[in-house]
Ligand binder design. Structure first.
Ligand SMILES: C[S@@+](CC[C@H](N)C(=O)[O-])C[C@H]1O[C@@H](n2cnc3c(N)ncnc32)[C@H](O)[C@@H]1O
Length: 499
C-alpha cells in the first residue's frame, strides 16, 4: 500500500498576510471590478462594431494581465502550500503535519511512541475522551482487519490464477509502514477530538447511537463486498494496463452527459463511478485505505461551515447549502447533523448511482437524528441533483455556502478552473466556498517524494493536482481566502465571497 504513504498537514497560530500578498489581492480585485465593468457595458448593448472590438481587446488584455499575475505568484512561491501559508489563516495542525517526520527519519518505534502518547492523552482527559478513543480504535481495527483480509485474499487469488505479476501492492506493507499509518490514525483522532472539545463541531452522530454501522450483519456484508472488490481492484492495479482502466462507459460516445475524463475506473474500482456495486462499497474501500480516519479528515470542513452557520443564525430564513460532487453523501450527513435542522441542503453529483446511495445515507441520518428530537420535529430530505461541477444548474447567488470534497484531484486543471467559477457564481455575496481535498506539494515536505505514487491508483490528474495552486482558481473569481485546516492527508481551504 505504497500509495498510502504518498499523501498530507498544519502551523501554529494565525499567519499574518504578507504585504506582497496584499498587493496581489488588490491588483486582482481591481482587475475583476474593471473586467466586470467592461462586460456590463457589453451586455447593455453596444451596437458600434469598433467599440465592441475595442472592448473585447480590452477584456482579453485584462485576462492576460490576470494570467501574468497568477504566473508571478507561482514564480514567487515554491509550492501550493507555501503560497497558502501566507494567504490563509492556518490552524496549528497545519504546522504540526508539516513538521511531522519531515526528514523521513522516523522509525517504527517513533511511530508507535506517538500512538502510546495519544492513548495516554485520551486516558488523562476522562471518560468521554476514553469513549471516543475506544470507539475509534474499534473502527480502525475493523478497517485494518479489512485491509489484511483484502490483501491476503488478493494474494491467494493471484496465486491460484498463477498470475505472473508481482503483487507489488501487498509487498509494499512493512511493519514500519503499518506503524506509520497507525501513528497518523491516532494523531488524526486526537485532533478530531480536540476540535470537538473546542465546540467547533459535534461528536460524530453514528458513533454514539444504535445504527446499522454497529450491526454485525451490516458490517459483515460490507466486509464481504470489500474483499471481492479488493481482489479485482488489486489485480487491475498490479497489471495497470489500459484495459484495466476501462469501464462499461469508457468507449460509449453516446453519453454526452459524461465527460471523457470521467469515463475511467478511478482507483481501478469496478465500473468507476458508474454502478450500484461501486457506490455500495465505496465508503468501506476508502476508509480501509485510510484505516478509518477519512471521516476525521473530512470533518476539517465542518470548522468553517459551522462557524459560518453560527454567524448566520439570525438571518431569519433557512440556510441554503450546496455540496458539489457529494459522492455517497457521507460527509453530507455530518454537515447536516451540525447545521440547523431547517437548512435546505442540495447535493450534486454526476453519478446517479452515488446520488442514490447519498439519498439512502440521508434517510439513515434523518432516522437517527429524529430519535433524539421531539416527536413533531420535521427534517426534510436533502435535494439530490445529477449535474456537472463545471456546469451547475443553479441561478447566480443561490446558496449561502458551497462545499466540495475530494473532487479536485480527480479532474483536469481546466475543469478545476470552471468548477471554481461555477461555485463562486452560485454563492451569495458574503457567503462561503469550502474546498476539501488531498494534501499537495509542500504541505508535508517529508512526503513530497512519495506523493506522485498515488497516480498509480489510476488517478490520472493527481500529479498535476499536487502542483496546482488551488486558491488562485477562486481568487480569480473574486473570492477571498480565509482559513486552512489540516489533518493527516487532507486539507480544507475556505473562501469568502465579498459583499
Ligand atoms: C472521490 S469521490 C468523492 C465523493 C465525496 N465528495 C467524498 O468526499 O466522499 C468523487 C466524486 O465526484 C464525482 N464527480 C467526478 N467528476 C464530477 C463532475 N465533473 N461533476 C460532478 N461530480 C463529479 C464522482 O461521481 C464521485 O462521486
Amino acid at each position: 500500500m505504497k500509495f498510502l504513504l504518498s499523501s498530507l498537514l498544519l502551523p501554529v497560530s494565525v499567519q499574518a498576510f504578507s504585504a506582497t500578498h496584499g498587493a496581489h489581492r488588490s491588483i486582482r480585485t481591481d482587475l475583476r471590478a474593471e473586467t466586470n465593468e467592461v462586460i456590463e457595458t457589453v451586455v447593455e448593448g453596444v451596437d458600434d462594431v469598433e467599440s465592441k472590438l475595442e472592448l473585447e481587446t480590452n477584456f482579453v488584455e485584462k485576462e492576460e494581465a490576470s494570467v501574468d499575475e497568477m504566473q508571478n505568484i507561482k514564480a514567487m512561491h515554491s509550492s501550493p502550500a507555501e503560497y497558502e501559508e501566507v494567504t490563509f489563516k492556518c490552524d496549528k495542525n497545519t504546522q504540526f503535519w508539516k513538521d511531522y517526520n519531515m526528514d523521513g527519519n522516523y522509525q517504527e518505534a517513533d511511530f508507535l511512541n506517538d500512538v502510546a502518547t495519544v492513548s495516554s492523552n485520551f486516558i488523562s482527559k476522562g471518560s468521554d475522551a476514553v469513549g471516543y478513543w475506544a470507539r475509534h480504535n474499534a473502527r480502525s481495527g475493523y478497517f485494518l482487519g479489512n485491509a489484511v483480509l483484502g490483501t491476503i485474499s488478493s494474494s491467494l487469488h493471484e496465486r491460484l490464477r498463477n498470475a505472473e505479476q508481482e503483487n507489488n501492492f501487498a509487498s509494499a506493507f512493512s511493519a514500519k509502514v503499518i506503524a506509520g499509518m497507525l501513528s497518523e490514525v491516532a494523531l488524526s483522532y486526537e485532533q478530531d477530538y480536540e476540535r470537538i472539545e473546542q465546540g467547533k463541531y459535534k461528536k460524530p452522530y453514528d458513533m454514539y447511537t444504535q445504527n446499522r454501522q454497529n450491526n454485525p450483519f451490516y458490517f459483515g456484508q460490507q466486509t464481504s463486498r470489500f474483499i471481492s472488490e479488493a481482489i479485482g481492484t488489486i489485480a487491475r492495479r498490479n497489471r495497470g494496463t489500459e484495459d484495466d482502466k476501462r469501464t462499461w462507459l469508457t468507449d460509449n460516445p453516446s453519453t454526452e452527459l459524461y465527460p471523457d475524463y470521467y469515463k475511467t475506473a478511478f482507483h481501478y474500482q469496478t465500473d468507476g463511478w458508474m454502478s450500484q456495486d461501486s457506490a455500495n462499497v465505496y465508503e468501506t474501500s476508502t476508509e480501509t485505505l485510510f484505516l478509518g480516519r477519512q471521516d476525521a479528515m473530512q470533518r476539517t470542513a465542518l470548522v468553517p461551515l459551522v462557524e459560518f452557520a453560527n454567524e448566520m443564525k439570525d438571518i431569519g430564513r433557512p440556510l441554503k447549502i450546496l455540496e458539489v460532487a457529494c459522492g455517497t453523501g457521507r460527509f453530507m450527513t455530518f454537515a447536516r447533523d451540525n447545521l440547523p435542522l431547517d437548512t435546505e441542503f442540495t447535493a450534486v453529483d454526476l453519478s446517479p448511482f452515488y446520488l442514490d446511495k447519498a439519498r439512502d445515507n440521508d434517510k439513515n441520518w434523518r432516522n437517527i437524528r429524529k430519535g433524539s428530537e421531539s416527536s413533531d420535529t420535521k427534517i426534510a430530505p436533502a435535494t439530490f441533483i445529477q449535474a456537472k461541477a463545471e456546469d451547475l444548474p443553479f441561478e447566480d447567488e443561490e446558496y449561502d455556502a458551497v462545499i466540495c470534497m475530494y473532487l479536485y484531484h480527480e479532474i483536469p486543471r481546466e475543469i478545476r478552473a470552471k468548477a471554481s467559477a461555477e461555485m463562486a457564481r452560485v454563492t451569495k455575496k458574503g457567503g462561503k466556498v469550502i474546498l476539501t481535498d488531498s494534501y499537495q506539494l509542500g504541505d508535508r515536505p517529508g512526503m513530497n517524494p512519495f506523493m506522485k505514487n498515488f497516480e498509480k491508483m489510476n488517478e490520472p490528474h493527481y500529479v498535476d493536482f499536487i502542483e496546482d495552486f488551488l486558491p488562485l482558481h477562486f481568487e480569480k473569481e473574486g473570492l477571498v481566502p480565509d482559513a486552512k485546516i489540516f489533518c493527516s492527508r487532507t486539507k480544507t481551504l475556505s473562501f469568502t465571497k465579498p459583499e
